[in-house]
Design a protein around this ligand. Structure first.
Ligand code: ZN
Length: 150
């Protein structure tokens, strides 16, 4: 096993066991549901927006290890960021897991999120990893409908 895939496994396991921001946010002023019917992942995302800033964020739900770890990492990455900064991360993350952005070669803002680039080797898992990001995107756009990856 290469160092990268070992790191990938460790990070997924760690976030799955101790997900960050895994709670219902009482102060939330936006709430968004997301589903990935292909795998059965489901999550509810809570955002407390202060103008254009994501002041606080939380999520609850159930799903596979990758969906949960990715949601955990997503909340940690966007907390305190502006809507525009979060949208840039959404775009970069989405392109990375689809294999359109190589974080080693292209400039990006992903930081630790690049660990999840390993998911592009597993096409069936791409939707698990991107579910929370699609849900965030919809929450920031203030869409009322539940998000489905299908
Ligand atoms: Zn999944």
């Amino acid at each position: 096993m290469s160092d990268i895939s070992e790191l990938y496994q460790q990070v997924i396991l760690d976030h799955n066991k101790k997900p960050r921001n895994f709670r219902k946010l009482e102060s939330a002023n936006r709430e968004q549901e997301g589903y990935n019917p292909l795998c059965g992942d489901q999550l509810t995302l809570y955002l407390e927006m202060d103008g254009k800033v994501i002041k606080d964020i939380g999520f609850q739900g159930s799903g596979c290890a990758i969906s949960k770890a990715s949601a955990s990492m997503m909340t940690a990455a966007v907390k305190g960021k502006t809507k525009d900064e979060a949208e840039v991360l959404f775009d970069e993350f989405h392109r990375m897991v689809k294999g359109e952005l190589d974080p080693e070669k292209e400039e990006n803002h992903l930081g630790r999120l690049t660990i999840l680039s390993g998911v592009r080797e597993y096409p069936a898992r791409v939707k698990c990893a991107s579910l929370s990001w699609h849900t965030l995107h919809a929450a920031l756009e203030n869409k009322d409908e539940a998000v489905s990856t299908e």
